[in-house]
Design a protein around this ligand. Structure first.
Ligand code: GCB
Length: 593
């Protein structure tokens, strides 16, 4: 046997991170309306494929005296390259394009102590996939999950003057994580959403929610608040034009009050938002919130009591130059393209998107399906995998619970109907309901191949059934789709959460010439005609708005891209199927009006 003399150091730091230091939803602090101190910009950066930083303790504060050296110290971040935050490292240098492993971000934090009892919290918008945070040599916490925010409190370890902040980020795909090794999107890495410091009073508002009470006839608004510590007291809430500052009694750090209020309702046609301010002691948070009710009645979806159909499209976070990082312009372009299609709905696949996605959807009037990457065959029997998925779900809900645009939580995508998966995802559905009774729960399911019907056992645990099907593409004939729809009596609304076909923009041929725009167009025409015959199909989100990067697709037509976009990866060139879907959605909207 060959023994690596330094492995114990690595294992120790690794075990440390995940046994003692794991941070999750319980430590998250809302940033709504807060003046944050941005840490975006250039950080010193190095890839670290052999985890030398953990073995050699690059995070150790002072140089270790030579007598105590357990490993050679090759660490000097002063000579490192820099990388911008927020960004995916893959987009920074050609040699980092396919890098998968650990990497270190370091920077100096200049700290001028404020009030004596000030608390300082680091807020990380997203780190793909794992992150370990070190300050002045101390390991402070670790997080799993590529697309949800997390917080680490720095207060006890900050010094006046210069402080050394280091974040080790690791995007290694692992069989027991969420997602696992196999996905159909690019494995970007890095601190790819904003990083900021929150300077807070000793007691602060951790989380709050403002929403219509379901089933109250649009006449009651519930406001809840959770504080940093289990104290008693009184918070106040005010809603512009609706509610003057009003008390919320708080006991053991929590309070909830229902107010008799009838706000103007939010809808895609009229995306009315109200300014909301919450205060407790020296702390205040604020947000712009819409009030709406989403419900299911039989096979129908009701928005504010009105039957609606969801004219949607699926979209990934992916960009030619930004990778998985989104900026506001990119999100607005996404929504402008969706509106040009006639959409009132988008499926944000397959992981939580940038927080501005839901905030801007609130403002422009689009409904959203937001999901966690319980994708394909994750390790459903593993309790640690469940914990990771549940934490990602809870962090997503905590982050976006005040976004009226988000109407559906998706708890998975195309997961084979096994016992382990059923219990795993049924628990996730129950968790989503418990954390948030104001939204519907869904999942993108597969066809039951034996009965040839929509008969996933998980459907009992969902409000809305999502169904992915690729008739006309992975299955050449459309007969199966007709048979499937006739065979099914779901008793709940169904959203066709995916269908589509690859097409290289500009490539033409006959309607069955694969990878041509004409073939994609033919698939859309046939799909739309057939789906219109099933009354329980209450919406659809065809796959997908833009072509996106994916390492697993390497045919001559794909070369690292999924080509099922209605628009090419330049986000400008529309394929022929775009107009077909736009025409169909226009007719649907007219029929509804
Ligand atoms: C699916 C997956 C999606 C893939 C798509 C495809 O069913 O849910 O992530 O990208 O099919 O293009 O095959």
């Amino acid at each position: 046997t060959v023994v690596d003399p330094y492995d114990h150091l690595h294992d120790e730091a690794y075990a440390d991170a995940f046994a003692r230091g794991r941070v999750g939803v319980a430590t998250l602090v809302t940033v709504a309306g807060r003046a944050v101190e941005s840490l975006d910009g250039d950080w010193r950066f190095a890839i670290d494929p052999h985890d030398e930083g953990l073995r050699q303790k690059w995070y150790a504060d002072a140089p270790v005296p030579a007598s105590e050296w357990t490993a050679p110290r090759d660490y000097d971040d002063g000579a490192w390259q820099t990388a911008p935050v927020p960004a995916c490292w893959n987009m920074q240098h050609p040699e980092w394009r396919h890098y998968e492993g650990g990497a270190w971000y370091t920077r100096t934090l200049d700290h001028t102590p404020g009030q004596a009892d000030e608390r300082v919290v680091l807020h990380i918008g997203a780190a793909a996939y794992e992150a370990r945070v070190f300050l002045n040599g101390q390991f402070l916490g670790a997080h799993r999950g590529a697309s949800t925010p997390f917080c680490v409190e720095l207060t006890a370890h900050l010094r006046p003057g210069a402080n050394r902040l280091q974040i080790q980020v690791d995007n290694t795909r692992r069989a027991d994580r969420v997602p696992m090794r196999h996905t159909d999107w690019f494995n970007y890495g890095g601190l790819y959403r904003s990083v900021a410091l929150l300077r807070l009073p000793a007691l602060f508002i951790r989380d709050f929610g403002v929403a219509l009470v379901p089933g109250s006839g649009f006449g009651r608004v519930a406001v809840d608040v959770t504080l940093s510590d289990p104290v008693d007291g009184t918070a106040t809430v005010a809603i512009d034009g609706l509610l003057p500052p009003s008390p919320i009694p708080v006991a053991a750090g929590r309070g909830r009050v229902e107010f008799d209020l009838s706000p103007e309702l939010w809808s895609p046609e009229s995306p009315r938002l109200y300014g909301v301010t919450l205060r407790f002691g020296a702390d205040a948070v604020a947000d712009r919130v819409g009030f709406r009710e989403i419900a299911v009645a039989g096979e129908h979806i009701l928005l504010n009591g009105r039957d609606i159909t969801l004219r949607g499209v699926s979209v990934h976070e992916d960009d030619l130059t930004l990778g998985k990082t989104s900026d506001e312009a990119d999100i607005r372009r996404r929504y402008a393209d969706a509106k040009a299609l006639g959409c009132n709905f988008l499926r944000l696949a397959h992981y939580p998107h940038d927080p501005r996605a839901a905030a801007i959807a609130d403002e422009v009037g689009l409904m959203l399906w937001s999901e966690i990457p319980v994708y394909w065959a994750i390790d459903f029997a593993n309790p640690d995998t469940y914990e990771d998925a549940a934490n990602q779900l809870a962090e997503l809900i905590a982050r976006d619970r005040n976004r009226a645009s988000t109407i559906l939580w998706g708890v998975g995508n195309e997961n084979a109907d096994t016992d382990a998966r059923l219990s795993f995802m049924a628990r996730l559905a129950a968790l989503a309901r418990k954390l948030d009774p104001t939204r519907l729960v869904t999942a993108a399911c597969l066809i039951d191949r034996e009965r040839f019907a929509i008969a996933d056992r998980l459907a009992d645990h969902l409000d809305v059934i999502g169904l992915n099907e690729y008739f006309g593409w992975y299955e050449p004939s459309f007969d199966g789709l007709r048979r499937l729809l006739v065979n099914s009596a779901p008793g709940k609304p169904v959203i066709i959460s995916e269908f589509g076909a690859d097409a290289v923009a500009g490539l033409h041929g006959g309607p069955r010439d694969l990878f041509t725009e004409d073939c994609q167009e033919a698939v859309y025409r046939e799909q739309l005609a057939i789906l219109a015959t099933a009354p329980y199909v209450r919406g659809m989100t065809p796959w997908v708005l833009y072509d996106f990067r994916t390492e697993r697709r390497q045919t001559a037509f794909q070369r690292g891209w999924n080509r099922k976009g209605l628009i090419a990866e330049d986000k400008t060139t529309r394929k022929r199927a775009f107009a077909v879907l736009a025409e169909h959605y226009r007719a649907m909207a007219d029929a509804e009006a």
